[in-house]
Design a protein around this ligand. Structure first.
Ligand code: SAH
Ligand code: DHB
Ligand code: MG
Length: 222
């Protein structure tokens, strides 16, 4: 697997375009030591998330699915000093590892990790009616993807971006007879995006060391 052409190209891209970043690598090392699953975004995708945050001028980012805070760290570092990432994580151990990682990076004051079921926390946030988010990254369980989108839409504004990870899953998304709840959740997400009059969206297939997958990106229009 390690000489796989896709892995070699990922390594090449990282070598040329992603300068060695010991702080971000340390997050992945700490996650590994803590026994977290290695399902963080790839470095190249983390960089894309940070470029999206910067080019869109995002100040407030909502993330659903923190794990050890690797994607959270890419966002936190992309934001202006008064920016904020709110990241939701079900597993208290993951949340603890993430908090420690982000504190070590000096990002703690720019990140709030809310521990609990994302659906519950999103409902709380909707009730709290706080400042809206400029960018939402959905990357938790795939079963609830359409429900996360529906909640996220009540927390954003015209012009906000919504990015959803893992929407291709080795092509399974295109299987109309799929029974896997993860695939059904993702197909429900596509249906919800397609039916929403205020979303303009696309999805891009990706390959790399993490295999064949993809992401969806949507913009909220007037
Ligand atoms: N965004 C992270 C990876 C997230 S992995 C990164 O790229 O670094 C998915 C995470 O979603 C896991 O940590 C898992 O515990 C969490 N998760 C799963 N179901 C959830 C739920 N119902 N509510 C909140 N988080 C959930
Ligand atoms: C899984 C989840 C992810 O968010 C990801 O990027 C890769 C794999 C998983 O649950 O297997
Ligand atoms: Mg993911």
């Amino acid at each position: 697997m390690s000489d796989d052409i896709r892995t070699r190209v990922d390594a090449y891209i990282e070598d040329r375009l992603l300068p060695e970043d010991a702080d971000l690598s340390a997050v992945l090392d700490a996650n590994h030591v803590a026994g977290l699953p290695a399902i963080d975004v790839s470095p190249a995708f983390g960089k894309l998330l940070s470029l999206l945050a910067r080019t869109s001028g995002a100040r407030r980012v909502l993330e659903i699915g923190t794990l050890g805070g690797y994607s959270t760290a890419w966002f936190a570092r992309a934001l202006p000093v008064d920016g904020m990432v709110v990241s939701i994580e079900l597993n208290p151990r993951h949340a603890e590892v993430a908090r420690a990682n982000l504190a070590r990076l000096g990002c703690a004051e720019r990140v709030e990790i809310r521990c609990g079921s994302a659906l519950d926390i999103l409902e709380c946030m909707i009730a709290e009616d706080g400042p809206r988010f400029d960018l939402v990254f959905i990357d938790a369980d795939k079963v609830n993807n359409a429900r996360y989108l529906e909640r996220a839409l009540r927390l954003v504004h015209v012009g906000s971006l919504i990015v959803v990870d893992n929407v291709v899953r080795a092509g399974a998304v295109a299987d109309a007879s799929a029974e896997d709840p993860n695939v059904l959740g993702t197909r429900a997400l596509f249906d919800a995006v397609a039916a929403h009059p205020q979303l303009e969206a696309t999805a891009i297939q990706t390959v790399g060391r993490k295999g064949y997958d993809g992401f969806l990106i949507a913009r909220v229009r007037a």
